[in-house]
Write a protein that binds this ligand. Structure first.
Ligand code: GUN
Ligand code: ZN
Length: 437
């Protein structure tokens, strides 16, 4: 048994629907008891140290914060090496940067290198669970699930399916997308800490036949997740309209093929029609906010306030490599900035919830990860709230812990990650993860 002693961040409810002051808490005298791969207790340090004298105590500083590990609800690990590519909007960005790079993962050795590099980088940034698209190549899915299994990481991933409007070498067919995805579900879904997400890239790169085949596959495997993109850029929406003239709107292209439900995850969802919002709210599907991507690719400003008011589950994500950072801290900062531009800034407590329990909830994993709570899997990140001189001087002036947390959200990076715990074990030191790259 181990006791991590230090300030703890805990949730007793959902700050998207209740005032954060009532449901999010920092206990500056807290501690967490880990037993095996589980969180066994979260309580006052004096109580746990007294009750479990045999446990090994690991002490963190008063300006550290023991948090649930970050959960990234939407990313493209194959785009790791083209993150921060200049000057394009979505469709050109895909054609000029993304597809050529995804083509390189045709080589299974390269796919394995990138999968390892990606998990090392995300772990160094405190992210313990990622939800990733792979490429059309089934071996790219194996590479990521295997890399996660080696690290004992919980992971969500799926084979990206595209049977049109993508270059030769990056297209499958309706049938092969079904067959390959089915084989991968059998191989990986529910194995260890893996969840499979059926993954049509987006309507423009799938024929209606492919969307139907994947809708059928999902109906046959209803406990899988389904992830795709929705209404990211206006040009894209116009393209969808021309490709699917019968559809009422973008969401309808998925809906008509069985690709809607409470285990659906729609990335971006910026330019939604009222009918789409109603339908999403009604069926319990989740939306994933990708703020660094939405500004980097120039997509627009996600309506967090309006959509949360409708009770729609919302996750937070980097969207690597359309997003410009592997860091969920930087991603929270971007979500804050977009909230400011829409006159509805999120509090640090709400941002931290979105990056952990909120994302876990969109993945239907909230009873396993995303919170410091009894019985959950022991995936934790310990933040250093004074990790650089600039942050430390601000933290020194802080009137309470939340001001310190906010400074780290706005200015922090991988240097703010003091420790990462995965499945009850401390992950390799930051420097080792960095050296591995
Ligand atoms: N829409 C379809 N594919 C992608 C992708 O790889 N990244 C982003 N940001 N949007 C997409
Ligand atoms: Zn994406």
């Amino acid at each position: 048994d181990k006791i991590l002693v230090g300030p703890t961040l805990t949730f007793s409810g959902n700050p998207m629907t209740a005032p954060w002051q009532e449901v999010v808490r920092i206990d500056t005298e807290g501690a967490v008891l880990l037993q095996g791969n589980r969180i066994a207790k979260v309580d006052k340090a004096v109580i746990l140290l007294d009750r479990y004298p045999e446990a090994e105590a690991i002490s963190y500083r008063a300006d550290h914060l023991i948090c649930p590990g970050f959960v990234d609800a939407h990313a493209h690990y194959p785009q790791t090496a083209i993150i921060a590519s200049w000057g394009k909007r979505l469709i050109d960005w895909l054609n000029d940067y993304t597809f050529p790079e995804e083509m390189r993962l045709q080589n299974p050795d390269y796919a394995r290198i990138i999968a390892d590099r990606y998990l090392d980088l995300t772990l160094a940034h405190g992210t313990t669970t990622v939800t990733s698209y792979c490429t059309i190549h089934p071996h790219s899915v194996d590479a990521l699930f295997e890399a996660a299994a080696r690290r004992n990481q919980r992971i969500v991933a799926g084979k990206t399916c595209m049977d049109r409007n993508a270059p030769e070498g990056l297209r499958d067919t309706a049938q092969s997308a079904y067959d390959d995805s089915k084989a991968l579900i059998d191989r990986w879904h529910g194995k260890g800490r893996a969840t499979y997400a059926i993954t049509p890239r987006f309507s423009p790169t799938s024929t209606p036949e492919q969307l139907s085949a994947l809708g059928a596959l999902w109906a046959e495997n209803p406990d899988c997740l389904m992830q795709t993109h929705l209404s990211e850029q206006t040009d894209e929406i116009a393209w969808v309209r021309s490709l699917y003239p019968e559809a009422r709107d973008y969401l309808d292209t998925y809906e008509a093929h069985g690709l809607i439900g409470d285990r659906a995850l729609y990335g971006h969802a910026i330019h939604l029609e009222p009918r789409e919002i109603d339908r999403i709210a009604e069926c319990g599907a989740a939306l994933v906010h990708c703020p660094t991507s939405n500004t980097f690719i120039g997509s627009g400003l996600f309506d967090m306030a309006g959509l949360r008011a409708r009770g729609i589950p919302i996750g937070l994500a980097t969207d690597t490599g359309g997003g410009s950072s592997f860091s969920m801290l930087r991603t929270m900062a971007a979500a804050y900035e977009i909230g400011q531009l829409r006159d509805t800034p999120l509090h640090a407590a709400e941002l931290m919830w979105l990056a952990t329990a909120g994302s876990a909830r969109t993945l239907h994993l909230e009873d396993r990860i995303g919170s410091l709570a009894e019985g959950l899997e022991a995936d934790l990140v310990v933040l250093d709230l004074a990790s650089t001189p600039a942050i430390a001087q601000r933290a020194g002036e802080a009137k309470d812990h939340w001001e310190m947390v906010f400074a780290t959200i706005m200015m922090g990076d991988d240097r703010a990650v003091r420790d990462v715990w995965i499945n009850g074990e401390r992950a390799g030191e930051r420097s080792e993860a960095k050296d591995a790259i």
